[in-house]
Design a protein around this ligand. Structure first.
Ligand SMILES: [Zn+2]
Length: 125
């Protein structure tokens, strides 16, 4: 993936300004502790990550459509496959587990998207 693009910063969860520092104290998409813990500033370029009080509340409005785009087709698929054969009822728990497992990366990506909408990449870092 090309450094300097917003996609790089979002998917790698890097600081949108320097794309070197990590956005989260516990880096990675699939983590199970300190899920939303972020440093106050970027460790590399000192970009402020807490732009204003309640800034990340808006991330809800980014993750919400992402959840709809991913899960409405899955739910419809689950129902339509059930008409073909009852065996596909086994897919329901898988879809539910998937919904829980994807929650963490979705929340993190939504925060990264929100920060990238506000802060642009600067080459000098
Ligand atoms: Zn930075």
């Amino acid at each position: 993936m090309k450094k300097g693009t917003k996609l790089y910063s979002i998917l790698k969860l890097k600081c949108p300004r320097c794309q070197i520092g990590n956005l989260f104290s516990n880096p990675g998409l699939f983590v199970f502790s300190r899920i939303l813990e972020m440093p106050d500033r970027c460790a590399h370029c000192k970009q402020d990550f807490k732009l204003e009080p309640g800034f990340y509340t808006a991330a809800l409005w980014i993750s919400y459509p992402m959840v709809l785009i991913i899960f409405i087709p899955l739910i419809l698929l689950g129902f339509s496959l059930d008409d073909i054969h009852s065996f596909f009822k086994f897919l329901y728990p898988i879809i539910i587990i998937l919904a829980f497992v994807l929650q963490i990366p979705l929340m993190r990506i939504a925060r990264a998207i929100l920060l990238n909408m506000t802060i642009d990449f600067t080459k000098k870092w």
